[in-house]
Ligand binder design. Structure first.
Ligand SMILES: [Zn+2]
Length: 351
């Protein structure tokens, strides 16, 4: 038994006629009691659907038999409803609580940050296989074209020299491919020699183009083994579609909609700009180094020879700085020490 609650004056409609009955409403014995001049009703509380609290509009409760109760005064109604804890679903109560709002905001922030760090790379990895290689191909060739127009210059290497290196590189790729029969197919590697203001460097584009700077050839002209280690790294970026994965990650939504709509024009339009300033994540660099190690092993090269690269690069950049020129280090790569340790450790696993 509960004591009779506070009475509230409302209009009651029985659901059959449009006539309003002005009644007193209160809750007693778990029933909604309505009592007016010409009418008395008892309605089980579960049969009444109370409206969620809003700032504006009608206060109207529906009754399962088709009837309804309408407020005469919104403020009185709200007070009455609040006192009886009616019509407040958790969401509404939460919306009205500052503490809840702050907690929800923090959780949302955390989920967003976690999604950015872990979710996006995973999503990109999952989406990439859905994108046909023909898209990588288009992106790569249009990007190289844009770079050639903007900052790459024709190589100063003599044609026979270029042919010699191309042949050596192709041979190494063949050996690697033979050792990896059954691996997922990738686009064939194409070597491009260029002169560029980025010093000794090489980078890969999604279509399998690997650009090698004259300075890199100059730096390692007597160390084909080390050069192959560098190119094996770039091969890793191609084989694992790091360019495409990073593009997807950078513009995940537009890429996802491209997959859904089969329209890649927006990806194609933004790719050259994005790839031009591309820095692969540390994880992707690690993956590319792992491919490089495999590539060297398949070519009977000890991975630790890569130490020569870091030593010579350091000397090169030191010299550039001495001469007052700004050295563009491999800034996108993990600290040298980490990579040196990785290549050294790989030696121990060679049988
Ligand atoms: Zn890299």
């Amino acid at each position: 038994m509960t004591s009779p609650g506070i009475h509230l004056m409302v209009d009651y409609f029985d659901g059959h006629s449009a006539r309003a009955h002005r009644v007193q409403m209160w809750i007693e014995n778990g029933m909604l009691q309505l009592s007016g001049r010409d009418l008395i009703r008892q309605i089980p509380l579960p049969k009444v659907q109370w409206p969620e609290r809003t700032r504006h509009g009608f206060r109207l409760a529906h009754i399962a038999d088709g009837g309804s109760i309408q407020a005469l005064d919104a403020n009185d109604w709200d007070d009455w409803i609040r006192q009886h804890h009616l019509g407040e679903k958790l969401v509404v109560r939460a919306q009205q609580s500052w503490r809840w709002t702050i907690v929800a905001t923090c959780v949302l922030l955390m989920v967003t940050v976690m999604g950015y760090w872990w979710g996006l790379p995973l999503a990109a990895r999952a989406i990439a296989p859905l994108i046909p290689l023909s898209v990588d191909k288009q992106i790569g060739s249009s990007t190289l074209q844009a770079m050639d127009e903007q900052w790459l210059k024709p190589s100063q290497l003599q044609a026979p020299d270029q042919a010699h290196w191309r042949e050596r590189f192709d041979l190494a790729v063949q050996r690697h491919a033979q050792a990896h029969l059954g691996a997922s197919p990738t686009l064939p590697i194409q070597w491009h020699f260029r002169q560029a203001a980025i010093g000794p460097n090489a980078f890969a584009l999604p279509d399998g183009s690997v650009v090698v700077t004259d300075d890199l050839i100059k730096l390692l002209h007597d160390r084909e083994d080390v050069l192959l280690g560098v190119l094996g790294h770039e091969l890793g970026h191609v084989a694992l579609r790091h360019g495409m994965r990073t593009l997807i990650q950078t513009g995940l939504l537009s890429a996802a909609s491209s997959v859904a709509l089969g329209d890649f024009s927006s990806v194609l339009a933004s790719a050259p700009a994005l790839l031009g300033h591309l820095a692969y994540s540390r994880d992707l660099e690690r993956e590319a180094d792992a491919v490089s190690i495999q590539f060297m092993r398949n070519n009977h090269i000890r991975p630790s020879v890569m130490i020569v690269l870091f030593e010579r690069l350091q000397a090169y950049h030191h010299e550039q700085t001495e001469q007052g020129r700004m050295g563009i280090a491999f800034s996108s790569h993990p600290p040298d020490e980490e990579r040196i340790a990785r290549f050294k450790a790989a030696d121990l696993l060679v049988n």
